[in-house]
Design a protein around this ligand. Structure first.
Ligand code: TYD
Ligand code: MG
Length: 456
């Protein structure tokens, strides 16, 4: 039997099957399989033209290309020090988070320095103009166009140096018969854009919507194709937005930029620590300030927790802004190593301001916040916490302690609970409380199993 030249690819996870079925065996998603040409059917075609490669040594360094700074400092830092000519940048995020707003602002800033096109496939030109008016950017010399056809875009770019494509899910190439937004269309459109960018030295910024599962639609196919991936995130109810770099071929990753969504668009937040701590209330139990590091920048945030009696057979564990598996681990360590039982209680944990923390250094702050809530004792108001907690309850050192302490001191904190340092060190304005084990923190705060009975 002749081998089929098409296959069925899952639009959610990328698994391939020879036959169509309603459910994908790879990710268990329903109605996600779409017919596509197989890789073999491409490979059967003979090479039309081949040529020998010119090998060169690793030493041949061409001078670095000048980077294009947008003037929006938070954006420039996250992109690794400005846009690199010929690079392709993907800005991902939930629908409605503010990607179009951010990129219109970026386009307006760049257009004063070099030619910049903004191509919208989602909104009509008038809608974009209205937004520009609202952002007071109408006078910026941005070249605006609306289309969804990649061929048209590439034909029109000409001498344009920076192009913004909003969004890749609306774009299509006519060599592939699949709906816009499907994996194959997204992949082919991005491929054409990337090839064009490299060939002509144009910087292309692509907007990509993230699916419910937290992936950039078209299962991460875009992430490895582009040079830089930035995520724009934030909680719906909050006006803070975080731009996070998760991949960068031209700079460091894990850098964040903080913005505030106002009625005049996104404003940069130069001192995010002060902002995240601005709504602290007096002596609340369960509230704890974590001295964190995001990329190269120290950032203080409040971690709040609530340990409440539960009426459920399986008590609730709800986490916003932190890893729920890590919370379970801290609870288990508190229970086993410090004798504090919260198995019959609901535990809620929240990182204030809609920020998402992934550093293990937050363990100690989370533990302190849980201890405070469990023992109904407020933590010292002028104290910050950082340190990684191990499974035996030991507190391990973390990186960049000086930077964390300096930021805490700048914001008026007087005490820091830190992992016991291997060699003694001191900090001018801050009293250090070195801790080797979690039980030391519990006894320091007088939250021992015995003391806890007082509050029960
Ligand atoms: P948008 O940039 O359209 O989001 P995305 O492109 O990621 O889908 O942002 C839409 C939201 O931003 C919308 O809910 C309104 C809000 N917004 C403001 O609050 N202020 C503003 O000045 C603008 C332009 C938008
Ligand atoms: Mg948009």
């Amino acid at each position: 039997m002749a081998k089929s030249s098409t296959q069925y690819t899952c639009q959610a996870c990328g698994s391939c099957f020879p036959k169509w079925s309603g459910k994908c065996d790879g990710c268990q998603g329903w109605n996600t399989l779409v017919e596509e040409p197989t890789v073999d059917s491409f490979q059967k075609k003979p090479f039309l033209k081949t040529q020998k490669l010119d090998f060169s040594s690793l030493e041949d360094i061409s001078p670095p290309l000048p980077r294009l700074l947008t003037g929006i400092e938070e954006f420039d830092r996250v992109s690794g020090g400005g846009l690199v000519p010929g690079s392709v940048l993907l800005v991902g995020g939930d629908p409605g988070i503010g990607k179009s707003t951010l990129l219109l602002q970026v386009a307006a800033m760049i257009s004063h320095k070099t030619s910049c096109a903004y191509i919208s496939g989602e909104e009509a030109a008038d809608q974009v103009r209205l937004r520009a008016k609202r952002l007071q950017l109408s006078s910026a010399p941005v070249q605006l166009a609306t289309t969804t056809h990649i061929g048209d875009i590439l034909k029109s770019l000409g001498t344009t140096k920076v192009a913004i494509i909003d969004s890749i899910q609306t774009m299509y190439v006519d060599t592939i018969e699949a709906a816009p937004g499907s994996v194959s269309q997204v992949r082919a459109s991005a491929h054409d854009l990337i090839r064009f960018a490299k060939k002509h030295g144009v910087t292309i910024l692509i907007v990509g919507h993230v699916t419910k599962e937290g992936m950039i639609a078209g299962p991460r196919v875009l992430e490895h194709m582009v040079d830089t991936v930035l995520y724009f995130e934030g909680e719906r109810g909050h006006h803070f937005r975080i731009l996070r770099s998760v991949k960068n071929r031209f700079g460091p990753t894990d850098e964040i930029g903080v913005f505030e969504m106002t009625d005049k668009g996104l404003q940069e937040v130069a001192n995010p620590s002060a902002l995240f701590l601005s709504q602290r209330t007096e002596d609340m139990t369960g509230a704890c300030v974590f001295a964190g590091i995001e990329g190269t920048r120290p950032l203080l945030v409040e971690i709040q927790s609530l340990v409440a009696p539960s009426s459920l057979a399986t008590p609730r564990r709800a986490v916003v802004g932190w890893d729920s598996a890590r919370l379970s681990m801290i609870l288990a360590v508190l229970e086993t190593r410090c004798g504090l039982v919260c198995g019959n209680r609901d535990v809620f944990l929240n990182v204030a301001g809609g920020l998402r923390i992934s550093e293990p250094a937050a363990d100690l702050a989370v533990a302190a916040s849980l201890l405070s809530s469990l023992g109904n004792t407020p933590l010292p108001r002028d104290a910050v916490f950082f340190g990684e907690v191990g499974l035996s309850g030991e507190i391990r050192p973390v990186s960049q302690q000086e930077a964390r302490l300096k930021e805490a001191s700048k914001l008026g904190f007087k005490t820091a609970f830190i992992p016991k340092p291997t060699k003694p060190f001191s900090c001018e304005d801050i009293t250090l409380v070195p801790l080797a084990h979690l039980s030391e923190l519990a006894s320091y705060l007088e939250i021992t199993p015995k003391a806890r009975r007082r509050y029960a």
